[in-house]
Design a protein around this ligand. Structure first.
Ligand code: 5AD
Ligand code: SF4
Length: 457
């Protein structure tokens, strides 16, 4: 590793405090999923315990950290754009730059070869080593690399450093053993491991005492949660029973092994939201087989039937367009199922080949970019119509909404979500509500993504 100058000598700060990191300010940006947001809270906690301070202003920072995502190519490109900007700044005035998370894990070789001025690379299972590596980089200009995956690391004793607010999340497990052929997660986050329920429940109680009213439990496949005699349904109910918590969500269950007890929990427990994210990925059996998803369309539809038989539980999904060898007819199968399913929302992705995955090794990425784009847009447009229809059906009705904070566009409006996870915006109009309150909103207008209404007086 090359001994590149990291901080200009004039920016190296004398050791005036017993806590080593306290001389340095850290600016951190997070890309990707909720799990990454949660990991950023862990990293902040680990760093703060060693005296590092965080700043929201990048110009003030001695250390710039990116917590990265590797799931699709555009996540890479976003990071590369940011890195280029900070490379220039590093040249001007010295800066320590760290890349954390899935890209650090998956692309360590490439990053070190093409961007040798990155000072620290740390994968998702090695965050405990970050303070030492940063200190080494700051004080001794040493480049640091920690990308070992662990079978045990769950960061169990680390209390996440949250930004506040009424929403909180808890990772109940880490890693994934499913090896869907398109997916890089098993390679970047390693083997699946569950946290013990006691730690999770403690975390839920702590969140409740901090004013959190809605908790989302996170895992790559929550159905595989196992710890002692606990499975995910039992854990979910226990979290929903924590006093002060008014709503609990979870993401994601895998359609191949959805347990009946989990469906019962969703249907029966009034704190568990009646919304299930059930990634379909493709509506064609040959594609599902190639993707290694472990279910057929028939099996998926049977599961949906069972879910819908339990009452008004809405479904959302993930879809991939242009997977290896997908014909027009096979895409059409997906289109038809989406039409039939009437999801509340669908996240549609263009297939993006990922290094090291089974698909990258086994199948050519042979669908032209233009075709992938066309299919993706078709599904997005279809889903928009369906979501709009769902939302328009709510005009004239009243829905319960948890207030989460100001609307994006105006601090004169509140923003929250329905139990079905649809965004709702309405005027505050002198009301004395606070974030965390559950209010009844009468819906007046709708777009595919947002409901607009008035607080019911
Ligand atoms: N290309 C496109 N989409 C992908 N996803 C995961 N890997 C890829 C990939 N290589 C999508 C899946 C998954 C969601 C989180 O991201 O739909 O459910
Ligand atoms: Fe990736 Fe499949 Fe694991 Fe989800 S279940 S993280 S898509 S390998």
């Amino acid at each position: 590793m090359s001994p590149t100058p990291l901080l200009h000598p004039k920016r190296l700060k004398p050791a005036s405090s017993s806590t080593e990191g306290s001389r340095y300010q850290v600016y951190m940006e997070t890309f990707g999923c909720q799990m990454n947001e949660y990991d950023t809270e862990l990293v902040r906690s680990i760093m703060k315990a060693r005296g590092f301070q965080f700043t929201p202003v990048d110009e003030e920072a001695d250390v710039i950290l990116f917590n990265t995502c590797a799931i699709r190519e555009n996540a890479h490109n976003r990071l590369y754009g940011h890195l280029a900007r900070y490379k220039a700044r590093k040249k001007e005035r010295g800066l320590v730059i760290g890349v954390l998370g899935c890209m650090a894990q998956n692309l360590k070789q490439e990053l070190l070869e093409t961007r040798s001025w990155i000072d620290v690379l740390v994968g998702p299972d090695a965050y405990r080593r970050l303070p030492d590596l940063l200190s080494d980089a700051l004080e001794h200009q040493r480049q640091g690399l920690a990308v070992d995956l662990s079978e045990y690391e769950t960061y169990a004793q680390i209390v996440p450093d949250r930004a506040g607010g009424v929403n909180g999340w808890i990772a109940v497990m880490r890693g994934c053993d499913n090896f869907c052929s398109f997916c890089v997660v098993p390679y970047t986050r390693g083997r699946e491991r569950s946290r013990d329920p006691e730690g999770i429940l403690e975390e839920a109680q702590r969140l409740a005492s901090q004013g959190v009213r809605q908790i989302t439990l996170l895992g790559q496949n929550v159905n595989s949660y196992r710890s002692g005699g606990w499975d995910f349904a039992r854990l979910l109910v226990a979290v929903a029973d924590v006093p002060g918590i008014q709503r609990v969500r979870f993401t994601s269950p895998h359609p191949k092994d959805f347990p009946p007890a989990l469906l019962e929990a969703v249907a029966q427990h009034h704190i568990i939201c009646n919304q299930i994210h059930l990634p379909l990925q493709s509506g064609n059996d040959r594609m599902l087989e190639r993707m290694g998803r472990g279910y057929t369309c028939r099996e998926y539809l049977k599961l949906v039937e069972a879910i819908r038989g339990k009452g008004p539980i809405v479904l959302t999904t993930d879809l991939i367009c242009g997977f290896c060898g997908e014909t027009d007819e096979e895409f059409q199968d997906t289109y038809n199922i989406v039409k039939e399913m009437k999801y509340q929302a669908a996240f549609v992705f263009k297939y993006s080949e990922r290094k090291h995955t089974i698909a990258a090794r086994k199948y050519p990425d042979d669908i032209p970019e233009q075709v992938k784009g066309y299919r993706t847009n078709q599904l997005i447009e279809l889903q928009k119509e369906i979501s709009l229809q769902h939302n328009q059906d709510l005009i004239g009705t009243e829905v319960d909404v948890m207030i989460e904070g100001d609307a994006k566009k105006s601090n004169q409006q509140w923003m929250g979500h329905t139990e079905h996870n649809v965004t709702v915006v309405w005027p505050k109009e002198g009301s004395s509500y606070l974030p965390g309150d559950l209010v009844s909103i009468s819906i007046q207008d709708a777009t595919p993504s947002t409901l607009y209404g008035l607080a019911h007086s």
